[in-house]
Design a protein around this ligand. Sequence first.
Ligand code: CDP
Length: 230
Amino acid sequence: MNSDKIIIAIDGYSSSGKSTMAKQLAREIGYRYIDSGAMYRAVTLYAMRHGLIGPDGSVDEPGVVNALEDISIDFHVEGERQYTMLNGENVETQIRTLEVSNHVSPIAAIAPVRHALVKMQRAMGKTRGIVMDGRDIGTVVFPDAEMKVFCDASAERRAERRYKELSDKGEQVKYEDVLANVINRDHIDENRAESPLRCADDAVRLDNSRMTIEEQNRWLLDLYNRITRQ
Ligand code: CDP
């Protein structure tokens, strides 16, 4: 068996279960897990707090780009839990709201925002031994990653999962609004000019519409074992 640590890229559509399985695999094999979406969400939260997103959802793009130098994002690990830190503040709960989800894709479409975050993500992968999930990890951030997965599931299934997740956390949301958000984000993510969401040519595709969490975790671990034992 090859004992060198690899880079694992897990991309896919919104709420497709990427984070759940990426996190579990990282835990199982002793790798670091990085949620790149949390970084775009943190920039979005900063923009919302600083009046850079109007009531109609319009984004002050130059303002956001200027703000980049004032934004520092990090992850704080505490046992099995990981918190996203924005300028030293734990914003893990705030970045997961539907309100942030509703503004994040236009922010993530701004090229200088992507350049800044991709730079940080590559620095985090320097030591390898990393599982990173997102939209462009296998295509742009780590095109040479040894293992790439691209996740999908029907929009309805994904919205059901996200609706349950938000309701379980006590957020008052309507299923229809979550479904609209999932569809809208997919559309913006797939059609932006800068590194649009697409499946890398060498990624293994997974449609997990009919899989349980345990089944998808097992599927991912099997793939990892096959790749590293070659
Ligand atoms: O809600 P979900 O977990 O599916 O999304 P996320 O991974 O938290 O990402 C939130 C948003 O950030 C996405 O809808 C994308 O617009 C953007 N994103 C991106 O553009 N590139 C990444 N590598 C990760 C996220």
